[in-house]
Design a protein around this ligand. Sequence first.
Ligand code: 4AD
Ligand code: MG
Length: 430
Amino acid sequence: MTLTLIKNMAEKIGQEITIAGWVYNFRSSGKIMFWQIRDGSGFTQAILSATDLKEEQWKLAESITMESSVQITGQVTKHPKKEEYELAVKDFKIFQIAEDYPIAKKDHGIDFLMDNRHLWLRSPSQWAIQRIRNTLILATYDWFRNNDFIKIDSPVLTPSAGENTTELFKVKYFDTEAYLSQTGQLYLEAAIAAHGRVFDFGPTFRAEKSKTRRHLTEFWMMDAEMAFTDLTGNLAIQESLIKFMIKAVLEKNVAELAILERNVTVLQSSLEKPFYRLTHKQAVAKLQELGSDIKDNEDLGGDDETLLTKIYDAPIFVTNYPAAIKAFYMKRNAEDPTRAECADLLAPEGYGEIIGGSQREENYDTLRKRIIEFGLKPEDYDWYLNLRKYGSVPHGGFGFGLERIVTWVCGLSHVRESIPFARTIYRLKP
Ligand code: 4AD
Ligand code: MG
């Protein structure tokens, strides 16, 4: 027998179909029972009537519980006023009668919900978030395919730090030590000499001790890297990609955004205008005006990002951070070598950094000097330095944190809901 997906019921009005799913809610009024069914593709209501069913079937129906799994055959009818479709049940089968479901309609605390994440994923809001995440992933692949990028899978086990050495997860690797990858960037820099424009997309790991609404210890990063680019070209690519991703969600996830009660005004205005551009110096001045105690050469803290981004109605590029607070591989700004030739992209509405990117140092001697200045060992980066010996070119790239983007697009208050199973300093389960 072929099953029909709930989302396709509109095409089957008047016909008899079979669906399979979970009863996420039910109610009865005497001889009529209503089951709310979810099958992953959508939601519908099945109507059971004591007069249409055999007596033992009606008895069985009365034993239904929340989250029981069922298969139902019936005729599709359209709601007289709404664009909703229902099923007049002829026959059904129960796969399993669920035990008392722990997640009820009442408000649960976040710890309870996160402890029950394996079940919480079924709730409408969580369903909506993962569908939007999926759209953002597919849009990323689409954009790169349309723009001549090749996907290069970078390794997860690495011999040295890709970013900040204080945030490394160390693992035993036979007789030596390895680190879980913080970014695929260094490997992509090798691949550009073969393919020109490349990207990766996979899990990355940071032993971040930060307990903020923006930090996970395991998250999905997309790194992109391009040969023969400058920072201006790099930012144009980022803006085009992010706009494409937001547009995809606004087009494909209308129902999901409605479930989340997301006000999409700023998502829409982000499509309609160029992203804002501020130098780090300008951002600091603006922040000081807004009451932050940030000093001239400091990094923007989480609170600064919140404060700054609340006043804009589209993403903001903050460029040319002080070189000392950024990574060793960043090229310096030509006019002011105390500044890195870099940009972070900050999401508006108080969300903050979603992308980190820069021009890379392509000169062998300068890069070697920087590695030493940053307290790293040149021998750990021999292969990376080596790339600067064989046809080194001006190049740059960026990396986005998928969860940060999902959190912003969905309008969530914390990054932990944007990933199916969050990993934070305090959570490794489920
Ligand atoms: O800014 P980051 O550290 O940049 C890099 O790793 C570069 N190598 C990327 C590149 O140029 N190819 O990280 C990139 C993005 C951040 O902007 C943020 O969105 C996300 O990754 N990110 C995190 N997301 C969740 N939890 C964390 N602990 C994160 N750390 C970074
Ligand atoms: Mg960053």
